[in-house]
Design a protein around this ligand. Structure first.
Ligand SMILES: [Zn+2]
Length: 169
């Protein structure tokens, strides 16, 4: 799985060797007591970052070609968490832009405008780049934070992100 994380980083978040912040480890987790937890991006106190994924939970979906629903969900989860890692590494947090950091990055538990735009672009590119459709939970990531949302996206943004509730399909 760590190799898959590295490959996805190389494909979707290329950086130069002098600016290689996207070095992530991977760990399986036993989150059977927390069925809502599928994956997480974690920055460790002792340094380093990793993507964690529940070894037991998965969302039921559709299979595609040689990949079943579990495998497809794993791919989507890795990329979902890689966006969180990318924004953590590269987002500016200077005092003078803190308001826009909150609005564009931090709100909705990190699923703000920046995350939505990147996730939307990856989902659109995935069928051609990977040969598989991905569902990164974009709509659900906003609706679970609905009541705490302070900065609402415009109608044009929502249309541009092509948000679709997969649960209602
Ligand atoms: Zn997320």
């Amino acid at each position: 799985m760590k190799r898959l994380v590295n490959i996805f980083t190389y494909i979707f978040f290329p950086t130069t060797s002098t600016d290689a912040k996207m070095e992530l480890d991977f760990a399986w987790r036993d989150w059977r007591q927390m069925p809502q937890e599928v994956g997480a991006y974690v920055r460790l106190d002792k340094g380093g970052s990793l993507i964690c994924m529940c070894a037991f939970n998965y969302v039921k979906g559709e299979s595609c070609g040689s990949l079943n629903d579990i495998a497809l969900d794993r791919l989507s989860t890795i990329l979902h968490e890689l966006i969180h890692a990318y924004l953590d590494f590269y987002t500016c947090r200077c005092v003078e832009v803190l308001d826009s950091f909150e609005e564009n990055v931090a709100q909705a538990e990190g699923h703000g405008r920046a995350w939505q735009r990147i996730a939307s672009a990856i989902e659109r590119a995935a069928p051609e780049l990977l040969g598989y459709p991905l569902n990164m939970g974009r709509f659900e990531s906003l609706t679970t934070a609905w009541k705490d949302l302070k900065h609402w996206p415009s109608r044009e943004e929502v249309e541009g992100w092509q948000l679709v509730s997969r649960g209602s399909e």
